[in-house]
Ligand binder design. Structure first.
Ligand code: F6R
Length: 366
């Protein structure tokens, strides 16, 4: 069942090139300039007339929502709010008929997300689901939707669900951008081409497994860990930290790198590992100066960098190299080494990676 892998989580990490492809197959035709999802085509007017998009989700799916916020606003110029379903449902939120609500859920059974959907429907919003499990409660409760084609995710820690959610959400944003003319034609076509290349790049970044394992060996006994990113990679920092917490039981936090100076930099000393997502595209110079700030306080730096990078390499204690892609699509690549790092740390600590303590795969109670 585990296909020769020691754990489902590792198998599922390695499935990402093929399930990302499965998720865009038949929907994305880069050479023809086509990106279409049936659930979006059938409701295109609702999306185009939306005054805003509200994304509701929990956990890792909420992180995918945050990535989508950046992508939707940049590509389609539609204002987006991302809400924890549990907060949204209980705070008497303002929901208008002209809002499109996107609910993201791997299992399609998360109780808080389900309740948020019901509330949005009561207020007359159009509710669109991004689910993995076909026929799940959320996929039935929403007005329309688009499935991720990740296949069954058995490991409690979400991996391939996250990257396929981002794939679907990116395709929706591109489809809306095309309809609205908010991306230039060359940019639109370039993103389609680049999205089609993502599975091969994920395959390439999986080859960093040995490096991730080596780094895991160095930091496995750290009681704390910080994850930093900016822009599209800020949500990836949050997701990296969540992955480490839930399977290795190491306390970890994700931060937008520039927020460090507003408090958390006080935590830095020679015992603090800081994982910095620092690809060449996207706020590179800013992140280099953030790294310098950590280095001058003796923090240990593990940096995820674009192949061939020299500037960060000089400052960092360890680097993991990833292939180049555009800033907006980079979360699909930068996430992978963080999954591997958490996996190896958890295994080395003797943790049950597929079934971490206190956690369930689908949270059907609030
Ligand atoms: C983290 C994780 C959880 C889920 C969350 C939402 O690895 O698995 O944080 O992402 O419980 O679950 P779904 O997506 O099924 O609604």
């Amino acid at each position: 069942e585990k296909g020769g892998y020691e754990h489902f989580m590792l198998k599922e990490i390695y499935e990402q090139p093929s399930v990302i492809k499965d998720t865009y197959r038949g929907r994305l035709h880069a050479n023809e300039g086509i990106v279409q999802l049936a659930g979006v085509e059938d409701n295109l007017e609702k999306f185009l007339n939306a005054d805003r998009i509200i994304i509701v989700a929990c956990g890792t799916s909420w992180h995918a929502g945050l990535v989508a916020e950046y992508i939707f606003e940049e590509f389609a110029r539609i204002p987006v709010e991302v809400e924890y379903a549990s907060e949204f449902r209980y705070r008497n939120p303002i929901i208008n008929k002209t809002d499109v609500v996107i609910a993201i859920s791997q299992s399609g059974e998360t109780a808080d997300t389900m309740a948020a959907i019901k509330l949005a429907k009561e207020h007359g919003a159009f509710v669109f689901g991004v689910c993995n499990v076909v026929g799940s409660s959320i996929s039935r409760e929403t007005h329309a939707g688009a499935y991720t084609h990740a296949g069954p995710e058995i490991g409690v820690a979400s991996t391939k669900a996250f990257t396929t959610q981002i794939t679907v959400l990116t395709m929706i944003a591109l489809r809306l951008a095309k309809a609205k003319g908010t991306l230039s034609s060359p940019d639109f076509h370039r993103y389609l081409q680049e999205l089609e290349l993502i599975p091969d790049k994920v395959k390439e970044v999986l080859e960093t497994n040995d490096v991730a394992k080596e780094i895991a060996g160095v930091f496995k006994d750290s009681p704390n860990c910080l994850y930093l990113g900016r822009g599209y990679n800020f949500p990836v920092a949050l997701e990296g930290a969540l992955k480490l917490k839930e399977i290795s039981y190491i306390h970890a936090e994700g931060y937008p790198a520039a927020e460090m100076k507003h408090g958390p930099i006080a935590l830095i000393d020679e015992h603090m590992p800081v994982i910095v997502i620092a690809p060449k595209q996207g706020h590179y110079d800013k992140i280099v100066s953030n790294i310098q700030e950590i280095k001058s306080r003796s923090g240990k730096i593990i940096a995820v960098v674009t192949k061939g990078d020299t500037q960060v390499r000089e400052l960092a204690d360890y680097v993991i190299e990833i292939p180049e892609t555009s800033d907006a699509l980079s979360p699909l690549i930068t996430t992978i080494p963080l999954q591997l790092l958490s996996y190896h740390i958890a295994v080395m600590r003797g943790c049950n990676v597929d079934q971490p303590r206190n956690l369930a795969k689908s949270v059907t109670v609030e």
